[in-house]
Design a protein around this ligand. Structure first.
Ligand SMILES: Cc1cc2nc3c(=O)[nH]c(=O)nc-3n(C[C@H](O)[C@H](O)[C@H](O)COP(=O)(O)OP(=O)(O)OC[C@H]3O[C@@H](n4cnc5c(N)ncnc54)[C@H](O)[C@@H]3O)c2cc1C
Length: 443
């Protein structure tokens, strides 16, 4: 048995970890296992990638099977990291159509969580760009699923958090890009209403994301820096950037060598950081700059193991999405509670999402707010209060970030749950696939 946890280092469970060395071994392993779930790079925050008895690592399923430069179509094993695909294909002028805030995620898990990027309102989720997948099922078989073939399994697997089987391989499409640079424009949102107005006025922007000052109160509640981005064309670059059309996608430049004491991140240090960060960003507002894809999409990947800064007890992320209609008042209520408590982290992110098709996919048309909190006494009742606002507003919480929501909150947020359960029962009648998350939520 091994101690296993997600990116938030909370919760920690014992699990037997198996690591098949190729996809050929997976069907027999799935047939011989009970109470198991697949695991990719362990970048989901909570308990989704921890099997109740066995955790099957897909990291050795790392082959790119084919690439068609005419269409950008890639066939890859589920354990291949987005980081490796970007490093290989960006210099050839191809980039994923959807990327999350870290490139260290596997293809299998990007599908299983139907991850979203800063362009969900325009491009949809990762699953929208998957043509087909191969799924190892509990009976030892391998099933091909796509929009045309086994489509019920396809839509249950996209966003299904590993609970339909183990994805072995996927066929997906990358987009063509002329350069590896992003034209970035920063806009200041003086409060929540102004921030949301900027999103609405810039809905045609390819990428948009806001950093929210989770400690600003009163008239400044919800003040933010909004970053808009477009893939830069060759002719839009200055000489220096044009000489290096595809800047290097780097390795972590800094690393947190050990878990920091719990007191390092305190309201004073975070408030000081937020104030300095906001002022620095506001000074650059209005100007257009060109930044590499790496720092634009994956700013935190530059700091190895940054999840250690929250101390030994770990941290949780509360990520909700609120429908457009109720977003302004629910987000305002949530930010009000958060700022009164005063210990939100400096990582508070607001994005626009569009609709999604996966039965358990997180996105819906509205605003998603994500905030990190160090685990400490009193935190969970406080997060329950945030959940109440989310549920009342018709929203939901993201399973890939979750480690503590209640069954009732989950069930209220996912209306296609019963259809998901039907597909799951047909594939796995005795419920042999089981993660700590599925057990907790009765999935
Ligand atoms: C810094 C940071 C930023 C992030 N930003 C975003 C963001 O912007 N948008 C977003 O959507 N997410 C974001 N995430 C979350 C992350 O993209 C997802 O949790 C992703 O699923 C993690 O991939 P992984 O390979 O680490 O998977 P894991 O954490 O190992 O697994 C995640 C889920 O996928 C399942 N799974 C893994 N492999 C397979 C397989 N082969 N077959 C079937 N199921 C499988 C697991 O059972 C589990 O349920 C972020 C995470 C971090 C740490």
């Amino acid at each position: 048995m091994t101690l296993v946890h997600g990116w938030g280092r909370y919760p920690v469970y014992e699990s037997e970890v198996c690591a098949p060395s190729s996809s050929d071994e997976v069907p027999a392993l799935a047939k011989a296992s009970t109470d198991f779930v697949a695991r990719g790079a362990g970048r989901s925050y909570g308990d989704a990638a921890i099997g109740t008895v066995r955790t099957i690592s897909t990291r050795a399923l790392d082959r790119v099977r084919s690439f068609d430069p005419a269409t950008g179509r890639i066939v890859a094993d589920a354990g291949v990291l987005l980081a490796d695909l970007i490093r290989t294909f960006l210099p050839q002028g191809f980039f994923p159509k959807v990327v999350p805030g870290t490139r260290f995620v596997t293809i299998g898990a990007a599908i299983a969580a139907d991850i979203h990027g800063k362009n969900h309102h325009r491009a949809g989720g990762f699953g929208d760009h998957v043509e087909s997948l191969l799924l190892a099922t509990v009976d030892g078989g391998v099933l091909r699923a796509s929009r045309e073939e086994n489509s019920d399994v396809f839509w249950a697997t996209i966003g299904g958090m590993g609970l339909t089987g183990i994805i072995l391989e996927a066929t997906l499409c990358f987009q063509r890009v002329e350069t590896g640079w992003i034209r970035q424009k920063t806009i200041v949102g003086s409060d929540l209403a102004a921030t949301m107005a900027v999103f609405e006025a810039n809905s045609a922007a390819t990428y948009s994301v806001a950093w929210i000052d989770g400690l600003a109160r009163g008239a400044k509640l919800g003040r933010s820096l909004i970053y808009l981005g477009e893939h830069a064309k060759r002719g839009e670059l200055d000489n220096k950037a044009a000489n290096r059309l595809f800047p290097e996608i780097g390795h972590p430049r800094l690393s947190i060598p050990f878990t920091l004491p719990n007191f390092v991140l305190n309201p004073i240090s975070v408030a000081a950081f937020n104030e300095a960060y906001f002022r620095m960003g506001a000074r650059k507002a209005g100007s257009r700059i060109v930044v590499g894809a790496d720092p634009y999409f994956f700013p935190l990947d530059g700091i190895g193991e940054w999840n250690r800064i929250y101390g030994r007890r770990g941290f949780v992320q509360h990520q909700c999405v609120i429908p457009d209609k109720t977003a302004a008042s629910a987000l305002s209520d949530m930010l009000d509670l958060i700022t009164r408590r005063g210990d939100a982290s400096f990582l508070a992110v607001l994005k626009k999402l569009g609709p999604a098709q996966g039965l358990l996919s997180f996105p819906l048309e509205g605003y998603t707010l994500a905030l990190d909190f160090a685990v400490k006494p009193g935190l969970f009742p406080f997060l329950d209060a945030l959940d109440k606002i989310v549920v009342k507003a018709g929203g939901r919480l993201y399973l890939a970030k979750d480690s503590r929501q209640s069954r009732a909150t989950f069930e209220a947020g996912y209306p296609a749950l019963e259809r998901f359960r039907q597909v799951r029962r047909a594939l796995d009648p005795s419920g042999r696939i089981s993660s700590r998350l599925s057990q907790r939520l009765g999935l």
